[in-house]
Design a protein around this ligand. Sequence first.
Ligand code: SF4
Length: 222
Amino acid sequence: MARSYVHEARRRVGPKRNRIVPVIERLAEEHPDAVIALRFRDELELLVSVMLSAQTTDVSVNRVTEALFRKYRSPEDYLAVPLAELEQDIRPSGTFRQKAKNLQGTMRLLLEEFDGRVPGTIEELVRLPGVGRKTANVVVAERGAVQGIVVDTHVRRLSQRLGFTQKEDPAKIEQDLARLVPRPDWGRFPHLLIWHGRRVCNARRPRCEDCVLTDLCPSSRV
Ligand code: SF4
């Protein structure tokens, strides 16, 4: 019964290949302000912000980094303080012990292998402690060299609801999306889903009645 309902819903909206561009266009119109919410001024601040944003909100990260970036301006600055001091400086961002350890490990590797600069490829970035593919994807995208599609909790949920993927694993979801989303849209696509996820397609109670995608979404309740 459930299976035939899903089948029927997919038939109603049509194949995903035909829906992807209208979905992007409508979301772009609906959320013209859909850009990264983290505040940073250079590539090092970008990397640190994204590392701190794991399992917390961008708003809390911005609160922490306002003071943090006044005190720590270079990779050396992060290594010049005891680990406990860095932990206290990033404490409100959550899981601060692990994050502080990763930050110092990352700064060490930046100095040892990358001349103190943030590297430009995903392959290099994921070698840094605490930097996974998602973080690396965000960093390269914000620097204007998109190499993949960021998959966070919102991107995963919306991609599944919109019938763009049936996978659970972020790396596999990214592969599905990379086959579907036109390459020039790889950078903005995750931001559009993230903002739509926050504002309309919430995890617990999607507001389908206020959604611009109802006729394109197999999970629509209206
Ligand atoms: S129609 Fe509903 S489930 Fe589909 S994207 Fe919109 S809010 Fe989410």
